[in-house]
Ligand binder design. Structure first.
Ligand SMILES: Nc1ncnc2c1ncn2[C@@H]1O[C@H](COP(=O)(O)OP(=O)(O)O)[C@@H](O)[C@H]1O
Ligand SMILES: [Mg+2]
Length: 280
């Protein structure tokens, strides 16, 4: 069964994308899983993290993005809704949407992979009165992506149709928090938003917990982590420390995970991922 996890926080710059990308990579490379990362943030940072500029431009020019899932052409709309009926419409082809970002080999055999559905800047002004749009991502993932082990959705820091689509498509959510005063203020807001969502849609998501990111040594980090824990949030035992090495991992994830000098930081992400697997 495919497990779909939304990575969410109402605040930007707290490490959502970094966590989403690293967990996805580790699940593919070290756990031999089939992973799909769905980038629904109009800033498309996860897309930039995983694929080079040329590949992105090429994909944008010739293929489809998350935008086309949420705003399908008439043709695609028909073929998704009628994919189980025998009609003459062209079936939706998943390969038109995904970028095969990484494949992981063991003795020349593919054992895991990381595919990406890229986001698009076009989502910046994404507003529509069209009914049912919020269900389209779920429908697409259910119908076209059930061969993946895990689907990770990297969200924008807003309560919008985009996050609503992610919630509806997901069974789990994961909250990265950077332990500084401003970032922790977003937590009650997130909680309220989720409660409203669950009430309105009658769909409850399972909370996998809080992952502390960009943790630096010092009193402020300690205090905030303690206050999040004591206010009842389930927190991961391991965290990701603040380091330029992590920030630079965007240049090459392979190097980040291969160089001994990065070991402390790459091991942190591996422990977080192991803990995540234990919870699923
Ligand atoms: N552990 C870390 N140490 C140092 N910088 C980090 C770390 N994690 C993320 N960053 C940097 O912080 C910025 C925000 O992270 P990002 O993952 O894009 O957050 P979000 O998706 O929540 O906006 C990025 O520039 C990223 O490279
Ligand atoms: Mg992001």
């Amino acid at each position: 069964m495919t497990k779909v996890i939304t990575v969410i926080n109402m605040k930007g710059g707290v490490g959502k994308t970094t966590l989403s990308v690293n967990i996805s990579y580790i699940l593919g490379r070290y756990h031999s899983k089939k992973i799909l990362l769905v980038d629904i943030d109009p800033q498309f940072n996860a897309t930039q993290y995983l694929v080079g500029q040329n590949e992105i431009l090429n994909h944008f020019e010739n293929k489809k993005t998350v935008y086309d899932i949420l705003m399908p052409s008439k043709e695609d709309e028909i073929s998704l809704s009628s994919s189980r009926k025998k009609t003459k419409s062209q079936p939706i082809n998943l390969d038109d949407y995904i970028i095969k970002a990484r494949t992981f080999l063991l003795r020349n055999r593919v054992v895991g992979n990381l595919d990406l559905i890229p986001s698009s800047l076009k989502l910046i002004n994404f507003e529509t009165n069209k009914r049912g749009v919020e269900n389209l991502l779920k429908k697409f993932l259910d119908e076209k992506c059930s061969h993946y082990d895990y689907i990770i959705i990297d969200c924008p820091p807003t309560l919008s149709l985009l996050t609503l689509s992610a919630y509806l498509a997901s069974e789990y959510y994961l909250i990265p928090i950077k332990p500084d005063y401003l970032s922790s203020l977003g937590l009650p807001l997130l909680e309220r938003g989720l409660e409203e969502y669950e009430e309105l849609h009658g769909h409850s998501l399972k909370n996998l917990g809080v992952v502390f990111t960009m943790v630096s040594a010092g009193k402020v980090s300690e205090e905030i982590m303690t206050s999040v824990k004591t206010s009842g949030w389930d927190c991961f035992k391991d965290h990701s420390s603040h380091s330029t090495k992590v920030a630079k991992s965007i240049k090459s994830l392979n190097n980040f995970y291969s160089y001994a000098a990065n070991k402390r930081y790459s091991e942190e992400f591996k422990s977080i991922t192991q803990e995540l697997l234990n919870k699923l």
